[in-house]
Design a protein around this ligand. Structure first.
Ligand SMILES: Cc1ccc(-c2noc([C@H]3C[C@@H](O)CN3)n2)cc1F
Length: 330
């Protein structure tokens, strides 16, 4: 089979949400598809009401196909320090017509304040490798791992857009969604991520052909890149500075800022200035926050939405012996 689902941006493209049907009769929740984690967890009837602020809640008691997985719990924390935890059910999960009859659905009995505050986000659907699923004592498998055998091709693709709905496809490659060739690079999934090597970068007349490691992470908003990239980039932005109070590089909102190009295999992906003028950062509306920020002390770069929305990306877990990532211009 194959399926195609909308990826709808929240304000400032901070996250993208996709409708998912859970249970019988179907309960629709809008989930944040995250290629940087591997738990499918949802706001639920078991989430304390003080922590629920408008989110849709999955109620296993209202589903004839749910069943509790006794003795199993989960607990996860994300790059920004937010966290959630709870218990585990299995139930039917349907994404754009692609269905897993007995998907592990992790029901939140506790969520941190940033999840409570994100009223349109009803939970996450992890699309990294199942080895980093947090359920204990029995690790669970991701929606993609469970559905892969029924897909026409063992792939899913991202086509995220700037301030507009994009698309996640499962089981096929939409040839009309990209231009030129797809450049495939090997993935090292040993840490559970879609980790690959970029082959270099350029900004203005400054460039490097030194390879650097990064992960493709649809759940991270920005492009977290090496310090030397940030230094070279913001040197070309008049008035740019690192602001510890605002939490990263900022610049005058009316500054003329350059595009940024990174290379994967033999394809060069160019992030336009509009994606890098990420959002207004201060009260006066004069300083804007950069869409490129340092990856310091993470140990690898994170190609989040600011980078991903400049490309068509193929997350290929099974066409070859090893998983691989395909990148194409669009
Ligand atoms: C409130 C909130 C906070 C964080 C995240 C979040 N989702 O994916 C990620 C990145 C970072 C890494 O942990 C895995 N992918 N972060 C989502 C939220 F709705």
């Amino acid at each position: 089979g194959q399926g195609s689902a909308a990826a709808v941006p929240e304000k400032d493209d901070i996250q993208y949400l996709t409708p998912v049907q859970i249970g019988t009769p179907p309960q629709t929740l809008n989930l944040d598809f995250d290629s940087g984690s591997s738990d499918l967890w949802v706001f639920s009837s078991q989430t304390p009401s003080r922590q629920v602020n408008g989110q849709a809640q999955y109620d296993p008691a209202k589903s004839s196909t749910s069943s509790k997985v006794e003795g199993q719990t989960w607990s996860i924390s994300y790059g920004d320090g937010s966290a959630s935890s709870g218990v585990v059910y299995t139930d039917a999960v349907d994404v754009a017509g692609v269905r897993v009859p007995n998907q592990a659905v992790e029901v939140a009995t506790k969520v941190s304040s940033s999840f409570s505050a994100d009223e349109n986000n009803d939970g996450l659907l992890g699309l990294a490798f199942s080895k980093i699923n947090t359920v204990k004592p029995t690790k669970q498998t991701t929606f993609f791992d469970n559905v892969m055998k029924n897909l026409d091709m063992p792939v899913w693709t991202s086509d995220l857009k700037n301030d507009a709905p994009g698309t996640y496809n499962f089981g096929y490659i939409d040839e009309s969604a990209y231009e030129g060739e797809i450049s495939y690079v090997p993935v090292d999934s040993s840490q559970g991520f879609w980790s690959f090597e970029a082959a270099g970068w350029s900004v203005g007349n400054v460039s490097s052909t030194a390879p650097f490691k990064g992960i493709a992470d649809t759940g991270t908003s920005l492009a977290m890149l090496p310090q030397e990239v940030n230094t070279a980039y913001y040197k070309q932005v008049p008035g740019a500075a690192m602001s510890y109070s605002l939490g990263g590089y900022v610049f005058p909102c009316d500054a003329k800022i350059p595009e940024f190009t990174f290379k994967v295999g033999d394809v060069s992906i160019t992030i336009p200035p509009s994606f890098i003028n990420y959002a207004v950062a201060d009260e006066e509306g004069k300083k804007c926050f950069g869409g490129i920020q340092p990856d310091t002390d993470i140990g690898f770069s994170i190609f989040g939405d600011v980078a991903l929305k400049a490309a068509f990306v193929v997350f290929d877990a099974g066409s070859e012996a090893a998983p691989r990532l395909g990148w194409a211009k669009k």
